[in-house]
Design a protein around this ligand. Structure first.
Ligand code: ZN
Ligand code: ZN
Length: 493
């Protein structure tokens, strides 16, 4: 079902140009592909000062800005690199899966990257990660929207003429902000999946690297080979009898070290193989509870929401809620966020400098009450927290309840309006804050949007499940080893 990747652009710059032109080629699939490709480039620069990720929708764009501001305030020098390698193993695939609802078509695009991250600060242990990963993007598009991004609009405040797409971040002449329908297609969410196959290094390089890394362990480990008195019979027992050890000559020690270095690629191969095995084992323990919990969510959400509001597939919904949650995490003025109705959040999120979604969100409960539908789901994330002297990565699960009015009809027809404070008349981005920055007056947020009404950390609940699955896997492995040994023994007899 993998769509043919017939890209009409050759460079990433051309993809960004096409994506930022709003995909006015008339071909929506091409516009979606361009947005996916542009996002992978823009995301790599998102933490640089002043960057605006225009291939992302306004929520995700704002979320990345907030994260950048937090990192800057914590004085962390953060660099991120998405390296597709000199000879990419696989080229990106667009539209690998897609879902349609009453208004949107949501699809996944997958790219393959070597993801390098470093974070530095005086007095802090340098944080370094290099992971071969797949990056999965959720591309949201309207099914039958008119493309107005290239239409011109006259700023009602200063009279400057600009295209609609140029006004997404406000009038460049006078700073007036507009409330407008999102110019789809846009990237609504993204996540990374560990993918050892992405590594662009040839195997011999990996073998040598792992071999050299292991030398501090392997040199002492194999040292009995030269420590042992050559005349003694080489039995296992002589290893534990130090009286049979001799002090080897310098030339023998040098010859031994050289031999170990020459042998290291072979040792490296085994170490590398083991590391992949254990990485897979770790992922299994980490992802199994999430996968089981998500399993039936898509169906449950679809069947129950169809009766209430057919305008959402689970993908569109979970992409939106995850991004709103991340805005909550990175915001320093949560009480003024228009979508935030959580009574008590506390300071749990204040030291988070990175929060990556796992690609899992499960739907637990849907209920309708007082003209609103409440959806409760668990979101699986990896948070990186600033502990002062180091950064710490941890897998966490948050239970989120989101609400939306059921009596407000849904529309994707394009609209644009100047945002004006009813009290002092100033224009400000009411999507980022419901309070006017000039006079402080609270403006009522739009009724048709989702609101986050509760957030709870439910990590402990899943910790137990994770331990349970690790025990189950170890038990199965142990049992199979015992059975094999037993059958070999009976075979010998
Ligand atoms: Zn203007
Ligand atoms: Zn005001």
């Amino acid at each position: 079902m993998c769509a043919e990747n017939n890209q009409n652009w050759r460079t990433e710059e051309e993809a960004i140009a096409l994506a930022s032109s709003g995909g006015s080629t008339g071909n929506r699939q091409e516009a979606r592909d361009a947005v996916a490709s542009a996002f992978r480039v823009e995301l790599g620069h998102a933490m640089e000062p002043g960057a605006k990720v225009m291939s992302a929708d306004r929520e995700l764009r704002y979320c990345l800005e907030l994260q950048r501001d937090r990192i800057a305030r914590k004085n962390i020098c953060f660099t991120e690199e998405f390296d597709p390698g000199k000879a990419p193993v696989r080229s990106a695939a667009n539209n690998v899966r897609s879902w349609q609802d009453g208004h949107y078509e949501t699809s996944w695009s997958v790219g393959y990257i070597n993801h390098k991250k470093t974070a530095e600060r005086d007095g802090m242990k340098t944080f370094k990660r290099k992971d071969p990963q797949s990056i999965c993007e959720t591309i949201v598009d309207v099914r039958d929207g008119e493309d107005v991004s290239g239409d011109t609009y006259c700023c009602p405040n200063c009279g400057a003429v600009a295209t609609i797409r140029e006004l997404q971040e406000g009038c460049s002449q006078c700073g007036t902000s507009f409330r407008m329908t999102e110019l789809y297609p846009k990237v609504g969410n993204y996540f990374f999946v560990p993918d050892p196959g992405v590594s662009t290094d040839p195997i011999w390089k990996t073998m040598i690297r792992y071999g050299l890394y292991s030398l501090p362990v392997t040199i002492p480990l194999f040292s009995p080979m030269i420590l042992l008195d050559q005349s003694s019979t080489s039995s296992l027992l002589s290893l534990v009898s130090p009286e049979k050890w001799t002090v080897p000559s310098l030339s023998r020690v040098i010859a031994y070290i050289i031999a170990m270095i020459i042998m290291s690629p072979i040792i490296g191969y085994f170490v590398w193989f083991l590391s992949i095995f254990f990485a897979g084992f770790k992922t299994l323990g980490k992802e199994t509870p999430a996968a089981l919990s998500v399993g039936s969510s898509r169906k449950r959400f679809a069947s129950q929401m169809a009766k209430i509001s057919p305008a959402y597939t689970f993908e569109t919904f979970s992409s939106k809620i995850t991004t709103l949650f991340r805005i909550l995490v990175f915001s320093d003025s949560r009480e003024s966020l228009p979508f935030n109705a959580v009574k008590e959040i506390g300071t749990d999120f204040d030291n988070v400098v990175d929060c990556t979604f796992h690609g899992w969100m499960s739907c637990k409960k849907i209920k309708v009450e007082n003209n609103s539908v409440y959806v409760t789901g668990d979101v699986f994330v990896d948070t990186t927290r600033d502990l002062g002297d180091r950064l710490k990565v941890r897998s966490e699960v948050y239970q989120i309840t989101a609400a939306r009015r059921t009596d407000v009809p849904f529309s994707t027809n394009f609209s644009i309006a100047k945002i004006q404070c009813p009290s002092c008349g100033a224009s400000f981005n009411s999507f980022k804050s419901k309070n006017c920055p000039y006079c402080g007056k609270e403006c009522e947020p739009p009724k048709e949007d989702w609101v986050i009404s509760d957030v709870k950390n439910v990590r402990k609940k899943y910790l137990f499940k994770r331990v349970f699955w690790i025990v189950v896997v170890i038990a199965i492995l142990a049992l199979s080893v015992i059975t094999t040994l037993h059958s070999i023994q009976t075979g010998i007899r």
